[in-house]
Design a protein around this ligand. Structure first.
Ligand code: NCD
Length: 334
């Protein structure tokens, strides 16, 4: 499977072999991400980083991943500051920005928007999240993290037990991750959410067609003794009003006391971030920060490796990264 010149719009473009390739290349990126060495393989290349929805880590990690491969980043953030707010179509924006760039990463609040944009683009487009639909690069980095964390206890994704918690209706990360999990075998999946925020049927079908054992519940207690607990934020920006979102915030909190009572001693805690740390939500308490099984920051770090791998694949340089290697002259304690 070659991704050279291809858009990455959905996790459905990946099979298990392609995932293995991405993960192998991602691991090869580690010395560059940790500044042991540098590569200039993408020197001269330009990433158009277009974020029409709030983002910190996805936007910055796309940019850093591209910089770490030697490329340059041109960025636009927010709908108001772009010509889309003047009525420009996604197609026109894509035609123009794709002639300025070698590859584009894009986030937009509407489901399907990134695919629509890609139709006007002459360069590969990577979906950085399109509404509640998909977030393929996040799902790949989540799966990469799951594989890495489980390997520490000699477990694999096949046969694992995962609990997904929170806003499963609007959370695009759990949608994409679930679609990827349907490529694996014998996964036990517990979906914990208020019934109004349950996982969409399309995703449930993908999980059950894969033969996975599914439990759907609105109770946290008794359902957390999984290998992985994947917590999410109530996606308040997708609700008709803030008041409506507030009805669900704070319903499923995870803190050290609940962890000790309900999780296994080595349950790995994940969250795509940002965690909503305001008192009324606080879905993942700071008192878990010293818990060695809290993988959220390792997960965010892995975003760099996986996005570097995806850029290298789309631009067809995955086998040349080390040919353009050079030393790091500055102090780095990574
Ligand atoms: C997620 C997103 O934007 O879908 N964040 C991310 O990209 N890491 C999850 C969220 O915003 O809650």
């Amino acid at each position: 499977m070659s991704f050279k010149g291809q858009h990455i719009l959905s996790v459905q473009q990946f099979n298990r072999d392609a995932i293995l390739d991405v993960f192998r290349i991602a691991r090869q990126m580690s010395p560059y991400a940790s500044r042991k060495k540098r590569t200039t393989v993408l020197e001269g290349a330009i990433l158009g980083n277009l974020f029409f929805e709030p983002s910190t880590r996805t936007r910055v990690s796309f940019g850093c991943a591209f910089n770490l491969l030697g490329g340059e980043v041109r960025e636009t953030t927010g709908m108001e500051s772009s010509a889309l707010s003047k009525g420009e179509s996604l197609y026109d924006t894509a035609r123009v920005i794709s002639s300025y760039s070698d590859v584009i990463a894009m986030r937009h609040p509407q489901a399907g928007s990134v695919a629509e944009f890609a139709q006007g683009s002459r360069v590969p487009v990577l979906n950085g999240g399109d509404g509640a639909n998909e977030h393929p690069t996040q799902a790949l980095l989540d799966l990469f993290t799951i594989e890495q964390e489980l390997a520490a206890s000699s477990q694999s994704i096949d046969g694992m037990h995962i609990a997904m918690v929170g806003d499963l209706k609007f959370g695009r990360t759990v949608h994409s991750l679930s679609k990827l999990l349907s490529l694996y075998q014998n996964v036990k999946v517990i979906l914990i959410s208020p019934s109004e925020l349950a996982m969409p049927d399309e995703i449930l079908n993908a999980l059950s067609n894969a033969g996975h054992q599914l439990t759907i519940t609105d109770k946290l207690e008794g359902n957390l003794n999984a290998d992985i607990v994947y917590q999410t934020r109530i996606q308040e920006e997708r609700f008709p009003s803030k008041e409506e979102a507030n009805r669900y915030r704070g319903k499923f909190r995870l803190n050290q006391e609940i962890y000790t009572r309900h999780c296994k001693s080595n349950t790995v805690i994940m969250h795509p971030l940002p965690r909503d740390s305001r008192l009324e939500a606080n879905e993942l308490d700071n008192d878990l920060n010293l818990n060695p099984n809290l993988a959220i920051f390792r997960q965010a770090d892995n975003g760099i490796l996986v996005r570097m791998a995806l850029f290298a694949l789309c631009l067809g340089v995955e086998n040349q990264v080390d040919k353009f290697e050079c030393a790091v002259p500055w102090y780095s304690n990574k």
